[in-house]
Design a protein around this ligand. Structure first.
Ligand SMILES: Nc1ncnc2c1ncn2[C@@H]1O[C@H](COP(=O)(O)OP(=O)(O)O)[C@@H](O)[C@H]1O
Ligand SMILES: [Mg+2]
Length: 381
């Protein structure tokens, strides 16, 4: 019997059976032995003894015997006997309840002791079947939580391992370039080494930033709340940050479309657009074009707003359209430097906003088109 409720009912039942057994025995002895049966005499004697214990002034003078059998003089004795019997019965109920509870809660004490000694990374589920039925939902919910914490912890460990792996190469390159610059014999060689050092330091900085963005996203930390914002305005702002980088590759930046109001975490959507534009510029063709288009809710589609970034570079094979959003994935044959974090950030931020990100071909001659579809902000929200 694993249910606490049933155990308590059983204990109560036991006490009721006990009380009935005594009453029946008394009744039977009354029928067989008459007024002066052993029970009655025993209880009467007990009552008299109890009265004898009380101080004489506490007992009122006994009235003259009026009832047949002369029982009026034993009124206080009967009352005291009844009180003692009630107390014994209640004590018995209490004792049985306590014993039942102790027995039912023993598995919980064992579980608590086990938890206190547990390794912090041990997420083995707690035994559900040993505990009373009423507590099983709690243990099941706790086990589910343990499972989720375990998944989150594994993801975190994986992230730290991946991040360490990604950072090792550029940090080693920084070291090497600094040594080359130090050992350079001529000023020209030194300048050259310093330029390469600066380049590696830019890449390391970008990588560290992406890793931190990813860690923040994984931890579910929102830098600011969800507020209504115009995608077109955000894109304009991001494009202005990339003017120098685009000019280095002689790429023209275009912004098209109209105002698109969405509800978003402005910082995160900024990171999303930045990663898409950065990819388009870095993977796109020298002398090409990068276009950001914002399409607001229209009569045909009044629930969604779209952000589309296209370039005219080599694009990726159709088979990789999904995989490029995976963390640390880089399409085979990609020559441009990178880590494969950018698009996984885009996918993560999109998911946080209830949006979807999809890659496709930009045109007949290649190029990549990434479209992020957001639910629009309701006008009165
Ligand atoms: N605009 C693009 N043109 C061609 N390939 C792209 C483009 N954007 C992304 N990719 C491919 O998707 C991969 C993943 O992109 P991303 O996650 O941003 O990582 P990274 O740019 O650091 O390599 C890139 O390595 C590249 O192979
Ligand atoms: Mg990228």
């Amino acid at each position: 019997m694993k249910s606490l409720q049933w155990r308590m009912l059983a204990a109560l039942g036991l006490v009721i059976v006990f009380a009935w057994a005594i009453s029946i025995m008394m009744f039977v002895s009354y029928l067989t032995e008459g007024q002066s049966n052993a029970w009655r005499t025993g209880l009467h004697t007990l009552g008299e003894k109890l009265v004898g214990v009380l101080p004489a002034e506490a007992i009122p003078p006994a009235p003259v015997a009026t009832q047949p059998g002369g029982m009026a003089s034993s009124e206080p004795a009967s009352t005291l006997t009844a009180m003692v019997l009630n107390t014994v019965e209640l004590g018995l109920v209490g004792l049985l309840t306590w014993l039942t509870l102790m027995a039912a809660l023993r598995p919980l004490r064992a579980i608590s002791a086990g938890l206190a000694q547990r390794d912090p990374y041990d997420s083995t589920p707690l035994p559900v079947h040993q505990v009373p039925t009423e507590l099983r939902p709690l243990i099941t919910a706790f086990n589910a939580l343990l499972g989720r914490v375990d998944t989150a912890m594994r993801a975190e460990r994986q992230f730290i391992a991946d991040a360490a792996h990604e950072l090792r190469t550029p940090l080693a390159a920084l070291h090497v370039q600094a040594e080359v610059a130090l050992a350079a014999g001529t000023l020209q060689e030194k300048d050259h080494a310093l330029e390469r050092l600066l380049d590696v330091s830019h890449r390391t900085h970008r990588l560290a930033e992406q890793l931190l963005d990813l860690a923040r996203l994984d931890a579910g930390l929102h830098s600011s709340g969800m507020v209504p914002a115009d995608l077109l305005e955000l894109s304009r702002h991001v494009l202005s940050e990339f003017r120098v980088q685009a000019a280095e590759r002689n790429i023209r930046l275009n912004l098209e479309g109209d105002a698109c109001l969405i509800r978003c975490d402005v910082d995160e959507v900024g990171i999303l657009i930045r990663n898409l534009v950065d990819n388009a510029i870095r993977h796109g063709n020298v002398g090409g074009q990068v276009t950001v288009t914002c399409r607001g809710a229209s009569a045909a589609n009044d629930q969604q707003a779209e952000l589309i970034v296209t370039d005219d570079g080599p694009g990726v094979p159709d088979a990789d359209f999904k995989a490029i959003f995976d963390r640390f994935y880089r399409a085979p044959g990609t020559v441009t430097q990178g880590s494969g974090i950018g698009l996984s950030l885009v996918a993560g931020i999109a998911a946080l906003h209830g949006a979807t990100a999809e890659a496709s071909r930009a045109g007949r001659h290649g190029g990549l088109r990434v479209a992020v579809t957001f639910p629009v902000a309701l006008k009165n929200s």
